[in-house]
Design a protein. Structure first.
Length: 109
């Protein structure tokens, strides 16, 4: 019984399974039918102002507003470290030092 199964598996391994052309065409047709449509790019007329064209490049006014808000938040977060907040508020906060020594970044092993 074991030898029969080994013979069948060896015979199957010698003949690689090749899909038919009709199967490949159906699979590719199904895959193409499920592909999402390409986004429509709107062109910005050349007669408009700089900021209108800039907003069009980034996807419109709401996208540009979100990008600006993220930039302002990033600058504020970078500037307002806990020590700066202590200076501005006149209070004292404990700061957590996650990497007191950054030597582990440059050492091997």
């Amino acid at each position: 019984m074991q030898d029969d199964l080994d013979d069948l598996l060896a015979q199957a391994a010698r003949r690689p399974a090749v899909p038919s052309e009709a199967l490949m065409e159906r699979v590719l047709a199904d895959a193409l039918a499920l592909q999402p449509a390409a986004p429509v790019m709107r062109s910005v007329p050349a007669g408009q102002g700089f900021f209108t064209r800039l907003a069009g490049v980034f996807g419109g006014g709401p996208a540009l507003a979100g990008l600006g808000a993220a930039a302002v938040f990033g600058v504020a977060l970078g500037y307002l470290s806990p020590s700066t907040l202590n200076y501005l508020t006149g209070t004292s906060t404990d700061t957590a030092e996650f990497f007191p020594e950054a030597d582990f970044l440059t050492t091997e092993g």
